[in-house]
Design a binder for this molecule. Structure first.
Ligand SMILES: NC(=O)c1ccc[n+]([C@@H]2O[C@H](COP(=O)([O-])OP(=O)(O)OC[C@H]3O[C@@H](n4cnc5c(N)ncnc54)[C@H](O)[C@@H]3O)[C@@H](O)[C@H]2O)c1
Length: 255
Protein backbone atom coordinates (compact mmCIF):
# COMPACT_ATOMS: atom_id res chain seq x y z
CA UNK A 1 0.00 0.00 0.00
CA UNK A 2 1.21 3.51 -0.83
CA UNK A 3 1.66 6.06 1.96
CA UNK A 4 0.81 9.28 0.14
CA UNK A 5 -1.25 10.70 3.03
CA UNK A 6 1.25 10.47 5.87
CA UNK A 7 1.11 13.83 7.64
CA UNK A 8 -2.03 14.83 5.68
CA UNK A 9 -5.14 15.96 7.58
CA UNK A 10 -8.37 14.90 5.91
CA UNK A 11 -12.09 15.50 6.44
CA UNK A 12 -14.49 13.15 4.62
CA UNK A 13 -18.24 13.81 4.72
CA UNK A 14 -20.75 11.04 4.11
CA UNK A 15 -18.10 8.65 5.44
CA UNK A 16 -20.59 6.37 7.17
CA UNK A 17 -21.45 4.47 4.01
CA UNK A 18 -20.59 3.59 0.45
CA UNK A 19 -18.07 5.52 -1.60
CA UNK A 20 -17.00 8.01 1.07
CA UNK A 21 -16.53 5.21 3.60
CA UNK A 22 -14.32 3.50 1.03
CA UNK A 23 -12.41 6.76 0.57
CA UNK A 24 -11.91 7.11 4.33
CA UNK A 25 -10.60 3.55 4.62
CA UNK A 26 -8.25 4.04 1.66
CA UNK A 27 -6.79 7.33 2.91
CA UNK A 28 -6.36 5.92 6.42
CA UNK A 29 -4.53 2.94 4.93
CA UNK A 30 -2.26 5.43 3.15
CA UNK A 31 -1.42 7.14 6.46
CA UNK A 32 -3.94 10.01 6.76
CA UNK A 33 -5.09 11.65 9.97
CA UNK A 34 -8.80 11.59 9.22
CA UNK A 35 -12.15 12.82 10.46
CA UNK A 36 -15.10 10.81 9.16
CA UNK A 37 -18.35 12.80 9.38
CA UNK A 38 -21.90 11.72 8.63
CA UNK A 39 -25.48 12.35 9.71
CA UNK A 40 -25.79 8.60 10.31
CA UNK A 41 -23.92 7.73 13.50
CA UNK A 42 -24.50 3.97 13.09
CA UNK A 43 -22.81 4.29 9.71
CA UNK A 44 -19.82 6.00 11.33
CA UNK A 45 -19.59 3.12 13.79
CA UNK A 46 -19.39 0.72 10.86
CA UNK A 47 -16.52 2.81 9.45
CA UNK A 48 -14.67 2.51 12.76
CA UNK A 49 -15.24 -1.25 12.78
CA UNK A 50 -13.97 -1.57 9.20
CA UNK A 51 -10.77 0.32 10.09
CA UNK A 52 -7.83 -1.93 11.02
CA UNK A 53 -7.08 -1.65 14.75
CA UNK A 54 -3.60 -0.21 14.19
CA UNK A 55 -5.08 2.71 12.18
CA UNK A 56 -7.92 3.69 14.52
CA UNK A 57 -5.91 6.21 16.53
CA UNK A 58 -5.72 8.31 13.34
CA UNK A 59 -9.52 8.21 12.88
CA UNK A 60 -12.04 10.44 14.61
CA UNK A 61 -15.79 10.46 13.90
CA UNK A 62 -18.19 13.38 14.11
CA UNK A 63 -21.91 13.66 13.53
CA UNK A 64 -22.58 16.15 10.72
CA UNK A 65 -25.67 17.29 8.86
CA UNK A 66 -24.36 19.07 5.76
CA UNK A 67 -27.78 20.66 5.27
CA UNK A 68 -27.57 22.45 8.64
CA UNK A 69 -25.24 25.48 8.64
CA UNK A 70 -24.75 25.34 12.44
CA UNK A 71 -23.81 21.66 12.28
CA UNK A 72 -21.35 22.38 9.47
CA UNK A 73 -19.66 25.24 11.33
CA UNK A 74 -19.34 23.19 14.53
CA UNK A 75 -18.12 20.04 12.77
CA UNK A 76 -15.49 21.72 10.61
CA UNK A 77 -14.18 23.56 13.70
CA UNK A 78 -14.06 20.30 15.69
CA UNK A 79 -12.37 18.48 12.81
CA UNK A 80 -9.71 21.19 12.47
CA UNK A 81 -9.11 21.06 16.20
CA UNK A 82 -8.70 17.26 16.21
CA UNK A 83 -6.47 17.29 13.13
CA UNK A 84 -4.50 20.46 13.93
CA UNK A 85 -5.42 21.93 10.52
CA UNK A 86 -6.86 20.68 7.25
CA UNK A 87 -5.22 19.63 3.96
CA UNK A 88 -7.93 17.65 2.16
CA UNK A 89 -11.73 17.90 2.11
CA UNK A 90 -13.78 15.15 0.48
CA UNK A 91 -17.45 16.13 0.12
CA UNK A 92 -18.95 12.65 -0.07
CA UNK A 93 -22.36 13.20 1.55
CA UNK A 94 -25.19 12.89 -0.91
CA UNK A 95 -28.72 11.63 -1.49
CA UNK A 96 -30.72 10.56 -4.52
CA UNK A 97 -34.49 10.73 -4.94
CA UNK A 98 -36.31 9.65 -8.07
CA UNK A 99 -39.74 10.25 -9.54
CA UNK A 100 -41.62 11.63 -12.51
CA UNK A 101 -40.59 15.26 -12.70
CA UNK A 102 -44.16 16.50 -13.18
CA UNK A 103 -45.07 14.82 -9.87
CA UNK A 104 -41.97 15.65 -7.83
CA UNK A 105 -42.88 17.43 -4.58
CA UNK A 106 -41.10 20.74 -4.05
CA UNK A 107 -39.87 19.38 -0.69
CA UNK A 108 -38.06 16.55 -2.48
CA UNK A 109 -36.46 18.91 -5.00
CA UNK A 110 -35.36 21.21 -2.17
CA UNK A 111 -34.02 18.33 -0.06
CA UNK A 112 -31.85 16.98 -2.89
CA UNK A 113 -30.50 20.40 -3.86
CA UNK A 114 -29.91 21.29 -0.20
CA UNK A 115 -27.93 18.17 0.72
CA UNK A 116 -26.00 17.70 -2.52
CA UNK A 117 -25.32 21.26 -3.65
CA UNK A 118 -25.83 23.60 -0.70
CA UNK A 119 -24.22 21.02 1.62
CA UNK A 120 -21.14 20.88 -0.60
CA UNK A 121 -21.03 24.68 -0.59
CA UNK A 122 -21.44 25.00 3.19
CA UNK A 123 -18.72 22.48 4.13
CA UNK A 124 -16.32 23.84 1.51
CA UNK A 125 -16.93 27.42 2.63
CA UNK A 126 -16.14 26.55 6.24
CA UNK A 127 -13.05 24.56 5.22
CA UNK A 128 -11.44 26.98 2.73
CA UNK A 129 -9.71 29.25 5.28
CA UNK A 130 -7.96 26.16 6.68
CA UNK A 131 -7.26 24.55 3.30
CA UNK A 132 -5.46 27.63 1.97
CA UNK A 133 -3.32 28.10 5.07
CA UNK A 134 -0.43 25.98 3.74
CA UNK A 135 -0.80 26.45 -0.05
CA UNK A 136 -1.57 22.77 -0.68
CA UNK A 137 -5.30 22.30 0.00
CA UNK A 138 -7.46 19.92 -2.00
CA UNK A 139 -11.25 19.72 -2.36
CA UNK A 140 -12.74 16.58 -3.90
CA UNK A 141 -16.42 16.89 -4.79
CA UNK A 142 -18.84 14.27 -6.02
CA UNK A 143 -20.60 14.83 -9.28
CA UNK A 144 -22.37 12.04 -11.17
CA UNK A 145 -22.73 10.66 -14.68
CA UNK A 146 -26.30 11.98 -14.45
CA UNK A 147 -24.91 15.52 -14.72
CA UNK A 148 -23.36 14.70 -18.12
CA UNK A 149 -25.56 12.06 -19.77
CA UNK A 150 -29.32 12.35 -19.49
CA UNK A 151 -30.96 10.12 -16.89
CA UNK A 152 -34.74 10.07 -16.57
CA UNK A 153 -36.65 10.38 -13.28
CA UNK A 154 -33.72 12.03 -11.50
CA UNK A 155 -34.01 15.68 -12.52
CA UNK A 156 -33.33 17.09 -9.05
CA UNK A 157 -30.34 14.82 -8.53
CA UNK A 158 -28.90 15.58 -11.97
CA UNK A 159 -29.40 19.32 -11.48
CA UNK A 160 -27.73 19.20 -8.06
CA UNK A 161 -24.72 17.41 -9.51
CA UNK A 162 -24.45 19.81 -12.46
CA UNK A 163 -24.40 22.55 -9.83
CA UNK A 164 -21.57 20.77 -8.03
CA UNK A 165 -19.59 20.70 -11.29
CA UNK A 166 -19.91 24.44 -11.77
CA UNK A 167 -19.24 25.15 -8.09
CA UNK A 168 -16.02 23.11 -8.24
CA UNK A 169 -14.82 24.89 -11.37
CA UNK A 170 -15.56 28.28 -9.79
CA UNK A 171 -13.59 27.66 -6.60
CA UNK A 172 -10.75 25.97 -8.49
CA UNK A 173 -10.11 29.21 -10.37
CA UNK A 174 -10.90 31.56 -7.49
CA UNK A 175 -8.34 29.96 -5.16
CA UNK A 176 -5.76 28.68 -7.65
CA UNK A 177 -3.17 31.21 -6.49
CA UNK A 178 -3.74 30.09 -2.90
CA UNK A 179 -2.54 26.59 -3.79
CA UNK A 180 -6.03 25.09 -3.61
CA UNK A 181 -7.00 22.35 -6.07
CA UNK A 182 -10.63 21.33 -6.59
CA UNK A 183 -11.67 18.29 -8.61
CA UNK A 184 -14.97 16.57 -9.39
CA UNK A 185 -15.11 12.80 -9.19
CA UNK A 186 -17.82 11.47 -11.51
CA UNK A 187 -18.92 8.04 -10.36
CA UNK A 188 -21.52 5.96 -12.14
CA UNK A 189 -23.12 2.67 -11.19
CA UNK A 190 -21.33 2.01 -7.90
CA UNK A 191 -22.90 -0.55 -5.55
CA UNK A 192 -23.86 1.43 -2.42
CA UNK A 193 -26.92 2.22 -0.34
CA UNK A 194 -27.67 5.03 -2.77
CA UNK A 195 -27.99 2.74 -5.80
CA UNK A 196 -29.65 -0.18 -3.98
CA UNK A 197 -32.23 2.25 -2.55
CA UNK A 198 -33.05 3.81 -5.92
CA UNK A 199 -36.78 4.49 -5.83
CA UNK A 200 -37.67 4.63 -9.53
CA UNK A 201 -41.36 5.03 -10.40
CA UNK A 202 -43.21 1.71 -10.71
CA UNK A 203 -43.94 2.47 -14.36
CA UNK A 204 -40.36 3.57 -15.20
CA UNK A 205 -39.42 2.98 -18.82
CA UNK A 206 -36.19 0.98 -18.59
CA UNK A 207 -35.38 1.52 -22.25
CA UNK A 208 -34.59 5.12 -21.23
CA UNK A 209 -32.12 4.01 -18.56
CA UNK A 210 -29.87 2.04 -20.90
CA UNK A 211 -26.74 3.93 -19.83
CA UNK A 212 -26.74 2.35 -16.37
CA UNK A 213 -24.57 0.63 -15.31
CA UNK A 214 -21.25 0.74 -17.17
CA UNK A 215 -19.77 -1.74 -19.61
CA UNK A 216 -16.80 -3.11 -17.68
CA UNK A 217 -17.18 -6.65 -16.26
CA UNK A 218 -20.35 -7.27 -18.22
CA UNK A 219 -22.11 -4.24 -16.76
CA UNK A 220 -21.59 -5.19 -13.11
CA UNK A 221 -21.74 -2.34 -10.65
CA UNK A 222 -18.44 -0.87 -9.45
CA UNK A 223 -17.30 -0.98 -5.85
CA UNK A 224 -16.63 1.91 -3.46
CA UNK A 225 -12.92 0.97 -3.47
CA UNK A 226 -12.83 1.48 -7.26
CA UNK A 227 -13.73 5.13 -6.65
CA UNK A 228 -11.55 5.40 -3.53
CA UNK A 229 -8.40 4.66 -5.53
CA UNK A 230 -9.21 7.48 -7.95
CA UNK A 231 -9.90 9.88 -5.08
CA UNK A 232 -6.60 8.96 -3.42
CA UNK A 233 -4.73 9.74 -6.62
CA UNK A 234 -6.49 13.07 -7.15
CA UNK A 235 -6.14 14.19 -3.53
CA UNK A 236 -2.49 13.18 -3.23
CA UNK A 237 0.49 14.87 -4.86
CA UNK A 238 0.00 12.46 -7.77
CA UNK A 239 -2.90 14.71 -8.74
CA UNK A 240 -0.95 17.95 -8.41
CA UNK A 241 -1.51 18.97 -12.06
CA UNK A 242 -5.28 18.45 -11.81
CA UNK A 243 -7.70 21.17 -10.86
CA UNK A 244 -11.06 22.47 -12.09
CA UNK A 245 -11.69 19.19 -13.87
CA UNK A 246 -13.63 15.92 -13.79
CA UNK A 247 -12.48 12.35 -13.38
CA UNK A 248 -15.03 9.74 -14.45
CA UNK A 249 -15.14 6.40 -12.62
CA UNK A 250 -18.20 4.88 -14.26
CA UNK A 251 -17.26 1.59 -15.90
CA UNK A 252 -17.49 3.34 -19.26
CA UNK A 253 -21.14 4.33 -18.82
CA UNK A 254 -20.65 7.63 -20.65
CA UNK A 255 -18.37 6.50 -23.48
N1 LIG B 1 -23.25 5.11 -6.03
C1 LIG B 1 -23.16 5.65 -7.24
O1 LIG B 1 -23.27 4.95 -8.26
C2 LIG B 1 -22.92 7.13 -7.39
C3 LIG B 1 -22.90 7.65 -8.69
C4 LIG B 1 -22.67 9.00 -8.87
C5 LIG B 1 -22.45 9.82 -7.78
N2 LIG B 1 -22.48 9.30 -6.52
C6 LIG B 1 -22.25 10.22 -5.41
O2 LIG B 1 -21.27 9.70 -4.54
C7 LIG B 1 -21.51 10.21 -3.21
C8 LIG B 1 -21.57 9.03 -2.24
O3 LIG B 1 -22.72 8.25 -2.56
P1 LIG B 1 -22.87 6.69 -2.21
O4 LIG B 1 -23.26 6.02 -3.46
O5 LIG B 1 -21.68 6.23 -1.49
O6 LIG B 1 -24.16 6.74 -1.27
P2 LIG B 1 -24.43 6.22 0.21
O7 LIG B 1 -25.88 6.42 0.44
O8 LIG B 1 -23.87 4.85 0.39
O9 LIG B 1 -23.58 7.22 1.13
C9 LIG B 1 -23.96 8.57 1.27
C10 LIG B 1 -23.66 8.99 2.71
O10 LIG B 1 -24.03 10.36 2.84
C11 LIG B 1 -24.64 10.52 4.12
N3 LIG B 1 -25.53 11.67 4.15
C12 LIG B 1 -26.73 11.83 3.52
N4 LIG B 1 -27.25 13.01 3.85
C13 LIG B 1 -26.38 13.62 4.69
C14 LIG B 1 -26.37 14.86 5.38
N5 LIG B 1 -27.40 15.74 5.29
N6 LIG B 1 -25.29 15.17 6.13
C15 LIG B 1 -24.26 14.30 6.25
N7 LIG B 1 -24.23 13.10 5.66
C16 LIG B 1 -25.27 12.77 4.88
C17 LIG B 1 -25.43 9.22 4.32
O11 LIG B 1 -25.75 9.02 5.69
C18 LIG B 1 -24.47 8.20 3.76
O12 LIG B 1 -23.60 7.69 4.76
C19 LIG B 1 -22.85 10.97 -3.30
O13 LIG B 1 -22.58 12.34 -3.46
C20 LIG B 1 -23.49 10.42 -4.55
O14 LIG B 1 -24.39 11.33 -5.13
C21 LIG B 1 -22.71 7.98 -6.31
Amino acid sequence: MLSRFEGRRVLVTGAGSGIAQGVALRLLAEGAQLVAADVNEAGLQSTVEATPADQRDRLHTLRLDVADPASVTATVAAAVEFLGGLDVLVNGAGIMRAGHTHELPLETWTQVITVNLTGTFLVTQAAIPHLIEHQRGVVVNFSSTSAFGSVPYMAAYAASKAGVNAFTHAIALEYVKKGLRAVNIVPGGIATGLTSGLDLPADADWSLIARLPGWIEGGALGKPEDVAGAVAMVASDDGRYMTGTELRVDGGALM
